[in-house]
Design a protein around this ligand. Structure first.
Ligand code: HDE
Length: 684
């Protein structure tokens, strides 16, 4: 380093040697010194004249834009949608016409309640919003990972969100629903009961964005070229299969890696393991809608797949991370009213309210009406209109005409086009103007019960435990009991388990239902996570905990077998520099044991030498690693030398079939075992 590379105080300067790499001001002026402000004398006052420093700090001061009111914490990824089955008979939308057609997309996953910096594993609904840049304009499918919603009418949305977010006086709790305000509101809003069963299930703590479903939630319309309409519900089915974590694991992941979900998505895409979802449609007509037990405009209800099968018509592949988080993920502006010809809205009062809210909120967040000029929001098809000016306008009409009709002929700018222009489905509408809720929305418990009876025993236990945990965080008994009164209308077993969990001896009165629940709806396998798991370990992560002297052949065999399966493998050791294996090689570690707890892996292997195993047994993080993996029903492969650690953790007599002995020869068997993801038998 020459003297020229250091500033007066000895700090290193990195200097450009050509114009291309030269740092400039926002006005493009090259900057000579980015280390020091302009002063009157070396120890003198800083001068107001310093335009370089002032501009830099001014811009920094304005870096923040309002975070989203809900769904503030999110993660966006580029991709494309490919049509695998054309549906011109149902919709004239451009993207649905030709098999093989690829449409670029941008998808943002999110939690709902937490602020922008909150932890990923909050118990919460996940947003699943996709912008399709179609040739006939942008279509935004702004959905969630749960197919129903808490409320039926948009006018209640601010109340719902206020109740779940931090209380105005104390500004906590944030990013969680386990508190009085939330359950107070919910227990006074019976329409929300069905959604809370989903929210208390492991659906609300997904293992990864890659392993969850997505749903458009509302009933939409598909309209074909002849103007014929069908109703439709949209589904995203992950090709990776469904998977969630367990609650105790979620709590610990939030501490170990609050960025768990975004890191997972980033790493998978970075490594070329592109997640895929099939787009499915449930299509039905007025006859079905009239015969269906519930109102198809009620967003607190779903249509069981057994009643209307999901037809797969295309695949979404997420294949590129963003270049800049702010420019893309933060500035992307999803709007439910962004629809294209061939897709239309219905009268779902929640959807109608959303169609106002999203445009309104983008104007506030992004500062003006020209947010469609930002590249991530700009359509990738021709855009022509007479909208002009406003904050940060990038594209204004050219030429003299900025109105229509005009008599300037070809120079007169764009004209309407009835041939390809958007047409609303001409639904007949009449009625008395009134603030009412349709009586067909009055059933609040039947589908909640159907959801409950569709779950495996493991999942039912988790749901009851979810309610127990959350309601135990409510300090007011009346709220706990009021909620219990609703659960009694869902299912006796659920109510009994939660009552036991809360320590309630005398059951409260059941809530009075607005309409008597239907108690004989059949179970639906599609509603269970565990019945829809993957059949491989691909996309999952194995943690191999190695000690010094560990058998190199076993480690290599595990690495090879799991990589062949399409899984990720991480090495954990007592030191981040790595462990010296039996063959004398140094295997670098991805994590030091203290920072690589088993909760961030799907399965683990303990590959120790005799000496290494004895010394690690006394180490608290190693004990936690094993005892958590055991408690969370993970598959745990152990070398014989892991016995001292099992002993230290109190597990020596509890070794079960989910804890096989591992050596070079059995690595393949361990992969096979891990395909079922967890050894649930341990839990029961
Ligand atoms: Fe949203 N919702 N929402 N929502 N929502 C927003 O829009 C709103 C609802 C959903 O990654 C906001 O840009 C109202 C249902 C997702 O950028 C806001 C109502 C579903 C995202 C808004 C609902 C959703 C949002 C906040 C009741 C599932 C994140 C910032 C009528 C189908 C999109 C923003 C992203 C975001 C309003 C209900 C999904 C305030 C009024 C139901 C995935 O406009």
């Amino acid at each position: 380093m020459t003297k020229n590379d250091l500033d007066q105080a000895g700090a290193p300067r990195q200097q450009a040697t050509d114009r291309k790499h030269t740092m400039t001001t926002a006005q493009g002026g090259p900057i000579a010194d980015d280390q020091n402000s302009l002063k009157a004398g070396a120890r003198g006052p800083v001068l107001l004249e310093d335009h370089v420093m002032r501009e830099k700090i001014f811009h920094f001061d304005h870096e923040r834009i309002p975070e989203r009111v809900v769904h503030a914490r999110g993660y966006g990824v580029h991709g494309h949608f490919e049509l695998t089955e054309a549906i011109p008979e149902l919709s004239c939308a451009d993207i649905f016409q030709h098999v093989g057609k690829k449409t670029p997309t941008f998808t943002r996953f999110s939690t709902v309640a937490g602020n922008k910096g909150s932890a990923d594993l909050a118990r919460d609904v996940r947003g699943f919003a996709t912008k399709f840049y179609t040739q006939e304009g942008n279509w935004d499918l702004v959905g969630n990972n749960i197919p129903v919603f808490f409320i039926q009418d948009a006018i209640k949305f601010p109340d719902l969100v206020h109740s779940v977010k931090e209380a105005p006086d104390r500004a906590f709790p944030q990013a969680q629903s386990a508190h009085d305000n939330f359950w107070d509101f919910i227990s006074l809003s019976p329409e929300a009961v069905h959604m809370t069963l989903w929210q208390m299930s492991d659906r609300a703590i997904p293992r990864s964005f890659r392993f969850m479903e997505g749903f458009g939630v509302h009933t939409f319309r598909l309209v074909n070229a002849q103007g014929k309409s069908h109703y439709v519900k949209f589904h995203w089915k992950p090709r990776q299969g469904l998977q969630s974590v367990v609650w105790n694991e979620a709590l610990k992941i939030n501490g170990a890696d609050p960025d768990f979900h975004r890191r997972d998505m980033w790493s998978a895409i970075d490594e070329g393991d592109f997640p895929q979802w099939d787009l499915g449609i449930q299509v039905f007509d007025d006859a079905f809608a009239d015969a269906f037990e519930f109102d198809i405009l009620d967003a607190t209800k779903l249509i069981p797949e057994e009643q209307v099968p999901v037809r797969i018509i295309g695949t979404l592949t997420l294949d590129a991370n963003v270049d800049n988080f702010f420019a893309e993920t933060e500035q992307v502006a999803f709007c439910t009213q962004n629809i294209v010809r061939g897709i239309d809205h219905t009268n779902d009062p929640l959807l109608q309210g959303r169609n106002f809210s999203y445009l309104d909120t983008q104007t506030k967040r992004l500062g003006g009406p020209n947010f469609t000029h930002i590249p991530i929001n700009a359509p990738k098809c021709p855009v022509a209109h007479f909208q002009q000016d406003g904050h940060m306008a990038m594209q204004n009409p050219k030429g003299r005409a900025n109105y229509e009709p005009n008599s300037w002929g070809k120079d007169g700018g764009p004209r309407e086009n009835p041939e390809i222009g958007f047409e609303s489905f001409p639904e007949e509408v009449n009625g008395t103007k009134a603030r009412v809720r349709s009586e067909t929305f009055a059933d609040h418990y039947s589908q909640a019960r159907q959801f409950w009876i569709s779950q495996t025993a493991v999942e039912q236990r988790h749901i009851a435990a979810g309610y127990t945990f959350e309601l135990s965080k409510c300090q007011h008994e009346k709220i706990r009991l009021r909620m219990l009164g609703h659960l009694m209308n869902v299912h006796d077993d659920l109510a009994a388990q939660v009552a036991e969990g809360l320590g309630v001896d005398t059951m409260p009165d059941a809530a009075i239902p607005a309409r008597a629940p239907i108690t004989d709806l059949p179970p639906s396998d599609a509603l269970s996570i565990l019945k829809n798991g993957p059949d491989s370990f691909a996309g999952r992560k194995l943690g191999i905990f190695v000690s010094d002297g560990a058998d190199a052949a076993t480690v290599t065999a595990l690495q090879d077998a799991f990589k062949k399966e399409g899984a990720m493998v991480a090495i954990i050791a007592n030191h981040i520099q790595g462990a010296k294996l039996s063959d004398g090689t140094l295997l670098p570690a991805d994590e030091k044991i203290d920072g690589g707890p088993s909760v961030v892996f799907d399965a683990v292997a303990l590959v120790f030498s005799q000496e290494g195993g004895t010394s690690l047994a006394a180490n608290k993080p190693s004990q936690d690693f094993l005892s958590d993996a055991f408690a969370h029903c993970k598959f745990i492969a152990c070398t014989q030398a892991a016995m001292p650690l099992l002993k230290a953790t109190g597990l020596e007599d509890k070794v079960d079939e989910g804890m096989p002995q591992i050596d070079e020869a059995s690595a393949g068997d361990f992969v096979q075992m891990c395909r079922t993801l967890r050894f649930w038998e341990r839990e029961s």
